[in-house]
Design a protein around this ligand. Structure first.
Ligand code: DCM
Ligand code: DCM
Ligand code: DCM
Ligand code: ZN
Ligand code: ZN
Length: 262
């Protein structure tokens, strides 16, 4: 996701935290965040260049046209180093944060960075094209038009659909879009939202990634080819999927932090 997608995920998550998790997050956030997780949810994108090793942790490449994901097969970087993908990173930073508060663990990890990475990667794993095909780099090499403007399919899902929703339905105001999603989570999605949280361990990135590649095949890639013009028909059928994935990302980030700090 772009800045607004990550902001939406973190703003949905923070009010859903238990007292213990809210206190831990407040203690871990850098002072300049002013206890607003959303304000630092894109930190991981800003440090990609400085922390070069982290740039492979934002996505998973899956085999072309297969529409399935398997950790052991797919969670590796371009050099084939295993665990270097967004599912591996979620497991890693969850494990690090589980030792927060333990004796003698204080100097082992930077728990602030672990929280910021986990919050960001929980968003990215819910962007369907962050679990996309290998040869098109998750839709980055597919040139399209978004209405009259040039774009690429990956950017349509990171940013364009969200921006167009904000402009058309929410008076260009991301806070109004967040309010609408929060309301849906407690009303029309209330029963499903319980099921989104379910996870037999602390976090379940393999479930989120498997859903992601299915959504990529069924919705993101479907009907799109090089130089496709994407407009109302694509926007109106895909924006509900974007909204669902943003809501799931926020609910699951909160559930994961609640299990970590519970
Ligand atoms: N990793 C993991 N579980 C751990 C430790 C690491 O899944 N307990 C994975 C996720 C990281 C990758 O290893 O993305 C790279 O970690 P390292 O740099 O420590 O090898
Ligand atoms: N941090 C951040 N944004 C930055 C730099 C760091 O969110 N531009 C995070 C990671 C650091 C923590 O905040 O470990 C403390 O950073 P600082 O010493 O810059 O407050
Ligand atoms: N990306 C992806 N899959 C890849 C490569 C990149 O999902 N195989 C994502 C990471 C960024 C966006 O696409 O969100 C643009 O990546 P880059 O800046 O590396 O072109
Ligand atoms: Zn992206
Ligand atoms: Zn990212």
């Amino acid at each position: 996701w772009g800045i607004d997608g990550h902001l939406i995920v973190c703003r949905i998550a923070q009010p859903r935290l238990s007292k213990a998790a809210a206190d831990a997050v407040e203690n871990l956030l850098p002072a300049y965040a002013d206890n607003d997780l959303g304000s630092v949810c894109s930190w991981a994108d800003r440090v990609k260049f400085h922390y070069h090793w982290s740039s492979a942790l934002h996505f998973i490449d899956t085999p072309d046209n297969l529409c399935t994901y398997q950790y052991s097969r797919d969670c590796k970087d371009e050099d084939g180093i295993k665990d270097r993908c967004v599912a591996g990173a979620i497991n890693n930073y969850t494990t690090q944060l589980l030792s927060y508060g333990n004796e003698n663990s204080a100097s082992q990890y930077n728990f602030t960075e672990a929280l910021l990475f986990l919050s960001h990667f929980m968003g990215d794993i819910h962007q369907p094209l962050h679990v996309g095909f290998t040869s098109d780099r998750g839709g980055n090499t597919i040139d399209v038009h978004w209405y009259k403007r040039k774009s690429v399919l990956h950017h349509v899902w990171d940013d364009n659909i969200i921006e167009t929703e904000e402009d058309r339905f929410y008076d260009s105001n991301v806070d109004e879009m967040i309010d609408a999603l929060q309301k849906n989570i407690t009303t029309i999605w209330a029963n499903q939202a319980k099921a989104w949280e379910a996870c037999s361990t602390t976090t379940c990135p393999d479930i989120y990634a498997s859903e992601g590649i299915k959504a990529a095949c069924n919705w993101a890639y479907k009907g799109v080819s090089e130089d496709s013009v994407l407009e109302d028909n694509y926007f109106l059928t895909r924006s509900p999927i974007v909204n669902l994935r943003l809501a799931q990302g926020g609910v699951r980030l909160a559930a994961t932090l609640n299990r970590i700090f519970g």
